[in-house]
Design a protein. Structure first.
Length: 266
């Protein structure tokens, strides 16, 4: 594990957000990596409910200022950074006034997912990749957490397939229980297709419910983690039938299992 570079990408990380299963794992796993001699970078969205003063976030001017094209619109990318106290862990925050200023994460006050989560997903995906490129930091493993990161494997294997920085990177995806019903968006397929990704890779997104996002992740990832015991049965079956390196839920509870997975399984 020594000096192995692991890029952690998650929609939730403690201590910046409440202690959900995903947020805790997104902290514990990189902590374990560091303790075993690996190197980590953590990326997450900079939601408006994150207290920047308390957590000492500051903008990184040399990384900010780029415009990302999202569905034919130029959207400014702002990068902020903070360090988790008492840990040698740096967290990068993807920010944009239009997408992440609101005082909420992915759901409104009634528990419904935001209608623009499709564009937020694309922006987050491109924002992380472009920032890692600027950092010139080539990860050995890219570990994704949660449905909000579902587009990363697809984009890395198609839109960014000629990017040498990620040529040797392996993609591991942790799947958590769904927290929404229905579709993320009826326009997700069209908005991703705008980026000229081969439509053969997008067929699952025509009905972009949780199962479709999971199938897209399973298809384009190199390794899979069943990080919840409440995954839909269809998703569990797809993971098991994928014949890709995987950890089931019980195995995923052991932090040392991730070190072995990164080192020996993918």
């Amino acid at each position: 594990m020594k000096d192995k570079k692991i890029l952690i990408i998650s929609s939730e990380v403690v201590p910046y957000l409440p202690q959900t299963e995903q947020a805790v794992k997104s902290f514990q796993i990189p902590k374990s990596i560091n303790e075993n001699g690996g190197q980590t970078r953590i990326f997450m969205p900079r939601y408006g409910l994150i207290n920047e003063r308390r957590h000492q976030l500051h903008e990184v001017i040399r990384l900010s200022g780029m415009n990302l094209v999202i569905n034919d619109m130029d959207m400014p990318l702002i990068i902020k950074v903070a360090s988790i106290p008492k840990e040698r862990m740096q967290v990068y925050f993807i920010d944009n006034e239009e997408y992440f200023k609101r005082k909420a994460m992915l759901h409104d006050s009634e528990g419904k997912i935001f209608k623009d989560n499709d564009e937020r997903m694309i922006f987050f995906t491109k924002g992380v990749v472009e920032t890692v490129k600027k950092l010139n930091w080539s990860p050995d493993v890219i570990h994704l957490h949660g449905w909000f990161t579902s587009l990363f494997p697809l984009y890395l294997k198609s839109y960014y397939e000629d990017e040498p920085l990620f040529a040797e990177s392996k993609i591991v995806s942790s799947l958590y229980e769904p927290d929404f019903e229905g579709e993320v968006s009826k326009e997700l397929f069209d908005k991703v297709a705008f980026d000229k990704i081969d439509e053969a890779h997008l067929k699952e997104l025509k009905k972009a419910n949780f199962e479709a996002l999971a199938k897209t992740v399973i298809t384009h990832s190199d390794g899979l983690i069943m990080a919840s015991d409440k995954l839909p049965k269809t998703v569990v079956e797809q993971v098991k039938n994928s014949n890709k390196p995987q950890l089931d839920f019980s195995e995923s509870q052991d932090e040392e299992a991730y070190i072995d997975f990164y080192t020996n399984k993918i």
